[in-house]
Design a protein around this ligand. Structure first.
Ligand code: ATP
Ligand code: MG
Length: 290
């Protein structure tokens, strides 16, 4: 019975929005300035995120990574600057006009931000209820169960409360909710923070597979050097209120900025690089052995 729901009606739901964005840059931030009182967090910051890439965003604690993400999704009104997401201005128009584009991204907030009084399934249903109130209950439950499985959780997790899950499972529940609306764009704020290395690596693989199979653009804030090496196409570095560099890790290493050198060439950076190179060598050896 439930299997029937995977059919045309479910397809129609994913196609209800606009056509997928086909431009070069999923996100364009131009001249962004953010201030809190007399603290300037960003000053004339610019950044372009290519459609289809996983962009890692790094920077010291408090450099404004989360504030940048909140500005891009319209939760933080900047003092100056222009932001475009999937071809829509987030800064020039009134918030009601942004409703269409808001349904085309998913967000995993730092810390998860799940509703503790709702089950995992009900959490996933929140954006569905908000943006597609016309979907009937049975189909909405079915979509939620599907997203829970897509995030790598067992289906039984759908009926559990966040307090009944491990930290890693809660992150995946947040991912399931971020996937609720079949997004084109995902924002992940420190998705692997607090996970053990095996759970973190598994979460990274899920992110990469989802990005590749669903054609997602991913804005991924992280402190996790392994994540940067394993799944990011490019990395943007925040310091001094700006994006001071953006590129592949080898490109970043070619710059002589002290923070970048310290970050990637410090003990942890070198360990992550060595582990990445070992994995690549084993992968190549495995393939040539076949
Ligand atoms: N709503 C707010 N009101 C006042 N100050 C804020 C607000 N949000 C953020 N800030 C300040 O802006 C700065 C940047 O915060 P942000 O959360 O973006 O840092 P971050 O780079 O994400 O750090 P972390 O790596 O620790 O998550 C911090 O100094 C923070 O205290
Ligand atoms: Mg943060």
């Amino acid at each position: 019975m439930a299997a029937d729901l995977h059919t045309d009606e479910a397809m129609d739901v994913s196609l209800m929005g606009e056509e997928r964005f086909a431009g070069d840059y999923a996100i364009v931030v131009d001249g962004l300035t953010n201030r809190f009182g007399d603290q300037t967090v960003h000053e004339n910051l610019s950044l372009k995120v290519r459609r289809g890439e996983i962009l890692g965003v790094v920077g010291g604690s408090g450099t404004g990574k989360s504030v940048l993400m909140r500005s891009i999704i319209g939760l933080q009104h900047p003092a100056e600057g222009h932001i475009e997401v999937l071809g829509h201005s987030m800064t020039d128009v009134d918030p009601d006009a942004q409703i269409g584009v808001r349904s085309r991204w998913g967000v995993l907030f730092q810390g998860g931000a799940l509703f503790s009084t709702l089950t995992v399934g009900e959490n996933v249903e929140v954006p569905l209820r908000q943006f597609y109130p016309e979907i009937r209950d049975e189909l909405r439950h079915e979509i939620a169960r599907y997203k829970v499985r897509l995030s790598g959780l067992p289906e039984e997790a759908t009926s559990k409360y966040p307090s009944e899950l491990s930290g890693g499972m809660r992150k995946r529940a947040g991912l399931a909710r971020a996937l609720a609306l079949d997004p084109e764009l995902m924002f992940l704020d420190e998705p692997t923070a607090g996970l053990d290395p095996i759970a973190a690596a598994a979460f990274d693989r899920t992110t990469r597979v989802l990005a590749d199979t669903l054609g997602l653009t991913v804005f991924l804030i992280t402190h996790d050097l392994d994540t940067l090496y394993e799944i990011c196409d490019r990395v943007a570095v925040l310091a001094d209120g700006q994006v001071i560099a953006v590129g592949s890790i080898p490109e970043l290493l070619a710059t002589d900025h002290p923070w970048i050198q310290e970050y990637f060439n410090g003990p942890r950076g070198r360990a992550a690089k060595a582990s990445h190179e070992r994995a690549k060598t084993m992968d190549t050896a495995g393939k040539s052995g076949n």
